[in-house]
Design a protein around this ligand. Structure first.
Ligand SMILES: *Cc1c(COP(=O)(O)O)cnc(C)c1O
Length: 501
């Protein structure tokens, strides 16, 4: 039987083979387009369109028996319903009797009931976050540190796409001392979630944000006199302290007070009684490269700055420098605290770190097949028709694309995983869709009838591991000449729902 269906929505069509005449389909689609003509001003449907809509509903009601469990066709027909089945007969419970709710389609729906529809049930693509993996990575990292070394967990960029609040709560339970963010609003999000741990921003925000820093008790990094003075005065004027970390530029040349100007800088702001130097830190530019000389130069510059501070009687406070790569590779740079970013999420910073620590990736990316088809030999697939069918494969479509973080540059250069086997992604990755190919000539090594038989509704992993089949964010990053951070943020901060395990 040909599984290909004309309209992409296989659920209903499958249940009613040959039920709908072409004329009827045309009438319905006309009725629908009448209702939906104007999205700008919510148009109340005219009488005839409304009658057609109601007729549509009657057809569904009439077919209800097809969904009942004692109908032998129901099972086969419902491959997409899977778990959390939806029954059209439930539809009336979604209507509201409140007349004050503005109807969109001429009928008032219940907001509460609509909001009950879970994110997972709104789209056949999602991200899963394994918080236990994050816990494990914290423990593996802590095992490398000296007993008094604090851990600052970096949760900027929504925790590299893993969800800042959920990750922060997890790592604080696993023994993190500090949280690191990139912006004021990222800090506020954590405070609003009830998190009380010290929060450091890795930047000097605009002076106009100082009231927010004080109100939410979020520490800035400081490297300009102007910001330091305004911050100190603002705190003093309401009887508060102005805690901060000093950022030292030891060679990365991004932000910070230059390493040989630190004492001079501190003297210029030291008149201000409210300023509290809580910590002093720098950031390495080459902790993840194979060559270590530039790293050593930065380390020496940092030690030099710290020595000069101590020489003039300034206590640098909490000293920190190491990012993930340096944590794993250079224990001599752990100082009083380390800043744990990418490896908290299970990414190896560079090949030199393989074997030095056990990391578990926390993010996986999933989708369900929404269409399966055989494409005649020679026909193309996706934009540009760049992939040509050999005629021996099933082309499967999943609703995930580059607007979900599946970068277009990976087109034809990544695999999807299904049932522990990797299948090649084929054709250009679209904004909302991508395709993969299941070769009908190859056979399963174990089980089943022999051939791979992909079905609509089958689950596919875009990123993840299942037995020997592995597609990692590190691999994708390598293919694209970038870092795992960028790929993780791409998936995690996209429109995909995040599900926590
Ligand atoms: C992002 C960031 C880190 C974390 O780096 P990873 O390589 O992800 O461990 C540490 N320190 C600063 C200042 C950062 O901006």
């Amino acid at each position: 039987m040909d599984k290909e269906l004309p309209n992409g929505f296989t659920g209903f069509s499958k249940k009613k083979p040959g039920f709908e005449s072409a004329a009827e389909a045309l009438r319905k689609s006309k009725a629908r387009s009448d209702i939906q003509t104007d999205h700008g001003s919510m148009q109340v449907p005219n009488d005839s369109a409304f009658a057609a809509w109601q007729a549509d509903r009657k057809v569904i009601e009439k077919d209800q028996h097809l969904f009942s469990s004692n109908n032998p066709n129901a099972q086969a027909a419902s491959s997409f319903r899977g778990k959390g089945a939806f029954f059209p007969s439930d539809m009336r419970s979604y209507l509201s009797h409140r007349s004050d709710l503005a109807p969109v389609n001429g009928i008032a729906f219940s907001d509460e009931r609509l909001n009950d529809i879970k994110q997972m049930d709104r789209r056949h693509a999602w991200v899963e976050i394994d918080l236990n993996a994050i816990h494990q990575n914290m423990l593996s990292t802590k095992a490398m540190l000296h007993p008094n070394c604090k851990v600052l967990a970096v949760v900027k960029a929504d925790a590299y796409g893993h969800g800042a609040v959920q990750v922060a709560k997890t790592v604080l339970r696993s023994g993190a001392d500090y949280l690191g963010v990139a912006s004021v609003d990222e800090g506020i999000e954590l405070r609003k979630a009830g998190i009380g741990a010290p929060i450091l921003i890795f930047s000097e925000p605009p002076c106009a944000s100082i009231p927010l820093l004080l109100a939410y008790n979020i520490m800035p990094s400081i490297f300009t006199v102007e910001f330091a003075v305004q911050y100190g005065e603002a705190a003093d004027s309401v009887g508060l302290r102005a805690p901060y970390h000093l950022k030292v530029n030891t060679g990365m040349n991004r932000i910070g007070v230059r390493f040989d100007e630190v004492v001079d800088f501190l003297k210029r702001i030291s008149f201000h009684r409210a300023l509290d130097l809580i910590g002093t830190y720098t950031h390495f530019a080459t902790a993840d490269t194979s060559e270590a000389m530039e790293f050593r130069i930065q380390q020496n510059h940092f030690n030099e700055a710290l020595d000069k501070m101590r020489d003039v009687g300034i206590d640098p406070g909490i000293i920190h420098a190491a990012n993930s790569a340096a944590i794993i590779r250079y224990p001599e740079t752990h100082y009083d605290m380390v800043r744990l970013g990418m490896s908290l999420y299970g990414f190896y910073p560079c090949p030199e770190t393989y074997g030095l620590i056990d990391l578990v990736p926390a993010m996986s990316v999933h989708a369900k097949i929404t269409q399966v088809k055989s494409v005649p030999v020679g026909e193309g697939v996706s934009y540009g028709l760049l992939h040509r069918s050999g005629g021996f494969a099933k082309i499967c479509t999943v609703p995930i694309g580059y607007a979900d973080g599946l970068r277009r540059g990976l087109s034809g250069r990544t695999d999807f995983i299904m049932n522990g086997t990797q299948f090649p992604q084929v054709g250009t990755i679209c904004m909302d869709y991508s395709m993969f190919e299941v070769d009908q000539r190859s056979r399963r090594s174990t089980g089943g009838s022999g051939k791979y038989d992909p079905q609509v509704g089958d689950e596919v992993m875009i990123v993840g591991a299942d037995g020997n089949a592995v597609v990692s964010i590190e691999e994708m990053a390598d293919t694209l000449y970038t870092v795992p951070h960028e790929i993780a943020v791409g998936f995690g901060c996209s429109r995909l729902a995040r599900i926590y395990k």
